[in-house]
Ligand binder design. Structure first.
Ligand SMILES: N[C@@H](CCC[C@H](N)C(=O)O)C(=O)O
Length: 280
């Protein structure tokens, strides 16, 4: 049996999109088989390839325990490439609404979708999407490590967990290395795993980052990570809200605004690049 898919990315954080409006296309799959399907779709050699899967399903077709009883029409069912379920995906939200727009399912410039981390509202300025990620929760200091190097890190939740370490250099030949393996972290602080961002200062209100994502590996971008990094950098600089920082990622450029109300806004592109049918 085949089913439709699309491929899209936001600053090269890439996703397989699975339109499943009434929740029946994959609903027969037990959780372990859905995880296997996600792994097969995301496989870069034998599958379509992606950092994760975005299943697009009407909120009314999903257990309210997962959607938080949201009134939004669409629920973003996000899964990492290893099949694990995550609370949120910042880049994924932009790609999700870009698909809604291109498919004519919702042509508005302002769209609210449900996620496991609550409703997220996105606005379109004609080129980029801005997602209101909500408030960052600052959870204190921890430590991350690569090989025999360790760094102090900020523990920030954007609905999903992040550890942010400021470093002198992001060079893969330097201490941060190739990030082929997950950085060391405190399992007591992060029992569900963590997304680790390494950040270098580039200039005034301008930083660059590399990220090792939980459930994926190193990716070309992480939207919730960029949001958390922006806030950590602003706090480090003693910046007064509202403030906007540029966050460079290997796959492009994102902008992060911290509003006077304490909300974190993430702005960047979203592209749908392919569509087809698969039997994976
Ligand atoms: N790439 C995403 C984050 C995806 C989820 C993450 N790997 C996790 O497990 O928390 C983003 O753009 O935010």
């Amino acid at each position: 049996m085949t089913y439709p898919f699309l491929k899209g990315h936001g600053t090269e954080n890439d996703f397989v999109l699975l339109p499943d409006p009434d929740g029946t296309a994959h609903g027969d799959l037990a959780p372990d088989r859905m995880a296997a399907r996600v792994q097969a779709l995301c496989d870069r050699h034998a599958g379509i390839g992606g950092d994760g899967v975005l299943r697009l399903v009407r909120t009314s077709a999903v257990d309210p325990a997962e959607t938080g009883g949201s009134d939004a029409e669409w629920f973003m069912d996000y899964r990492n490439a290893d099949g694990s379920v995550a609370e949120m995906c910042g880049n994924g939200t932009r790609v999700f609404v870009q698909y809604l727009r291109e498919s004519g399912r919702d042509t508005g410039d302002r769209i609210t979708i449900a996620t496991r981390a609550g409703d997220k509202t996105l606005t379109f300025d004609g080129a980029d999407w801005t997602v209101d990620l909500g408030e960052a929760t600052l959870l204190g200091e921890t430590e991350v490590g690569v090989g025999h190097y360790t760094w102090p890190a900020q523990h920030v939740s954007m609905g999903n967990p992040h550890a942010i370490a400021f470093v002198d250099s992001l060079d893969p030949h330097g201490p941060v290395g190739s990030l082929l393996e997950a950085p060391d972290h405190d399992a007591a602080v992060y029992p569900e795993g963590v997304n680790v961002e390494f950040v270098a200062r580039v200039g005034e209100r301008h930083v660059a980052m590399r990220v090792h994502e939980r459930g994926v590996g190193e990716t070309r971008s992480c939207g919730t990570g960029a949001g958390a990094v922006g806030v950590a950098a602003m706090i480090g600089d003693g910046a007064i809200a509202p403030a906007t920082y540029v966050v460079d990622v290997p796959g492009g450029r994102l902008r992060v605004t911290w509003t006077t109300a304490g909300r974190v806004l993430l702005t960047g592109p979203a592209l749908i690049v392919a569509a087809g049918e698969t039997d994976l």
